[in-house]
Design a protein. Sequence first.
Length: 330
Amino acid sequence: MSDLFFTKPEYFYLLFLLLPLIAWYIWKEHDQHASIKISSVSVFSKIPRSYKVYLKHGLFVIRLFIIILLICILARPQSSKSWKNKMSKGIDISLAIDISSSMLARDFDPNRLQAAKNIATEFISGRPNDRIGLTVFSGESFTQCPLTTDHRVLINLFNDIESGMLKDGTAIGEGLATAINRLRDSETKSKVIILLTDGVNNSGSIAPLTAAEIAQTYDIRAYTIGVGSQGKAPYPVQTPFGKQLRRMKVEIDEQVLQEIAQMTGGKYFRATDNEKLRKIYEEINKMEQSKIKEKKYSKRFEKYLPFALIAGLLLILELLFRMFLLRKIP
């Protein structure tokens, strides 16, 4: 962005000198005409005025413009070009999402998995400076997307996840360990895992607390989210008459999730509906703020040359008029 300004604007006070100069010119023009005593001047009113009469006054106007331009040059016109460099200190975040069959329960709208996908997508869109990755798990775990700043690709991959992609079950420990594996070599100071599940660890070869100890070793914080309403929730169950909803007990190993969060310096949350899940992500978003620094740069350029050129052209124009069109013969 560039703009024009004057570094010595006090010189503009010289413009007030133009007022007495204009007054002197008017007085001089009025005083230098000879007066002739005649009985009537009506005979002269019909005589057309030459263009040289008007041009003579135009020379004075040109001279005024030259003085104004010279004053502008004395005021040192300059332009500045400024720009900003943003330096962001992002956070590396790995989302570990449970995609087991129990995530199809209908106590969320339309179900737990789809609600988790929709709200996590909003979270991703609100963090443009962070590298974010995605791990999915059920009876086993898989990296759906490594850490990336290309959030459009991440969101597209996020939308593709479905229950049934992996062997069914709930391997919380393996899901956490896979997310850790993606973060452990990160050079950022802030590394975060957001682990979301609705069940109890019943699969995998790595215990959840063992994975939490590994996260603690690599200075990775884990925010854990237990998803599911209190009591019972409607699950779609395949029957000889097609899929039917049956109310089944909600079982979440909250104690393990709390211990994981406590061991790694994170926090445990319980989401019982869409709105509470959204508020949890908003709270995590506030706690894990990226640091953005701005550096401003500016460069100045002298801009007197256009004023000088215009003043020079006007001066040449005035001299040409005086030498040819308005030349006085002694």
